[in-house]
Design a protein around this ligand. Structure first.
Ligand SMILES: NC(=O)c1ccc[n+]([C@@H]2O[C@H](COP(=O)([O-])OP(=O)(O)OC[C@H]3O[C@@H](n4cnc5c(N)ncnc54)[C@H](O)[C@@H]3O)[C@@H](O)[C@H]2O)c1
Length: 354
């Protein structure tokens, strides 16, 4: 493919506009069409990004002259829109979570396989500067075999759009695990190359969201709250995952809890351990010359993860190898989340389906 890839953005809300900004500056791709049912949002995006090819009808949008569909609508629409786009012969960039659950993710993967088109999942955190440095260290053997990861992403008060689609299970598929956990689970597996979760014991809680009008907070994105809306998802989850007999992961994922914010993935390797924390200094805890040693990593922090992700999309559509999340990896994350909810319901460790 010699010319620029023509991408159509489906859903020009919060993240859709972030992608449009990335496509403005990344070589080899341009935004050629926009689609949103919200005409105000659509008109605003049309003006901001200088795109005149605009649609409120998804089917008309699919018929337009585009090579890639950037699916950035709510979770409940991911399966339907991704499959329709693949069947229409388009490559698909699909926002996280890949789907509402593993069964949907499998259907999307089957459609992608049949179409022969690219399916890239929007696990943008992989493209954080720190994640790429750690991945490089891992590939070079500086960590050795990673036997345990600790994935922690907790917010003191960070429920998005209380009462709206994020907190309504029928529209989101789940709470912070579906919203935030997908990134951290993907990172833990991607950075350690442990892609075979076999069992999980987990517990979820909902202690803050159900308070609705009595939910105390300082700021809310995707707001304002809809106090007559629904909150039927978790706001905190914790658990322990086995990867056969080889490796384990513990996790804590929360939109709200009475603790300070924290966001990191720790990797414990036989040769070295390291903590991924966006924007924070990185140290490999290791040994050198018979002594324990700390290796401070120097790297270029000036990386825009969405632009890096868009560059990967261009490479992906041109048949080149990339670090982007694949459909099968997205489905593994969804299988893990399904099993976490199943374990919570059963009150015991459950096996994870393959
Ligand atoms: N990777 C990330 O960092 C990241 C960040 C935020 C959101 N997301 C994901 O992106 C998706 C969208 O989230 P958001 O926060 O941008 O939501 P949003 O509500 O801000 O935007 C969604 C847009 O989709 C439009 N829309 C809804 N139904 C539609 C339809 N049938 N056809 C066309 N347009 C339709 C809405 O009008 C809205 O403009 C979610 O899956 C979310 O999990 C990812």
């Amino acid at each position: 493919m010699a010319g620029k890839l023509r991408v159509g953005i489906l859903g020009v809300g919060t993240i859709g506009t972030v992608h449009a900004n990335a496509y403005k500056v990344v070589d080899g791709i341009e935004t050629a069409a926009l689609c949103d049912v919200n005409e105000t949002a659509l008109n605003k995006a049309s003006e901001t990004f200088g795109v005149s090819n605009c649609f409120t009808d998804f089917n008309q949008f699919l018929k337009s002259d585009i090579d890639v569909v950037n699916v950035s609508v709510g979770n409940v629409l991911h399966k339907k829109c991704a499959i329709a786009a693949l069947r229409a012969g388009k490559h698909v960039f699909l926002e996280k979570p890949m789907a509402m659950n593993a069964a949907e993710a499998n259907e999307i993967n089957a459609a992608a396989k049949k179409s022969g088109k690219v399916l890239q999942i929007g696990m943008c955190r992989r493209f954080n500067a720190e994640a790429q440095v750690i991945r490089d260290c891992f590939k070079k053997g500086l960590l050795g075999e990673v036997y345990h990861t600790r994935a922690v992403l907790v917010r003191r008060r960070g429920i998005p759009g209380l009462g709206g689609w994020f907190t309504t299970k029928a529209q989101s598929g789940g709470g912070p695990m579906i919203d935030l956990g997908v990134h951290w689970f993907d990172l833990a597996m991607y950075l350690s190359d442990n892609w075979n979760p076999t069992a999980v014991s987990a517990k979820t809680y909902a202690k803050f969201g159900p308070r609705m009008k009595n939910y105390v907070y300082t700021e809310m994105w995707a707001g304002p709250p809809r106090l007559n809306g629904v909150f039927d998802v978790e706001d905190y989850s914790t658990g322990f995952v086995r990867f056969g007999k080889k490796a384990t992961m513990s996790f804590e994922i929360a939109w709200a809890c009475n603790m300070e914010d924290a966001a990191f993935v720790e990797l414990l390797g036989e040769k070295g351990g390291v903590r991924f924390a966006p924007g924070k200094p990185m140290v490999i805890y290791t040994e050198h010359g018979g002594k324990v040693a700390d290796v401070q990593l120097q790297y270029d922090r000036n990386v825009n993860m969405y632009e890096a992700q868009a560059r990967a999309l261009v490479r992906n559509c041109r048949g080149k190898k990339t670090e982007a999340a694949t459909g099968p990896q997205g489905a593994t994350v969804m299988r893990l989340i399904d099993a976490i909810y199943a374990s919570d319901k059963a009150g015991k460790e459950v096996r994870i389906g393959q």
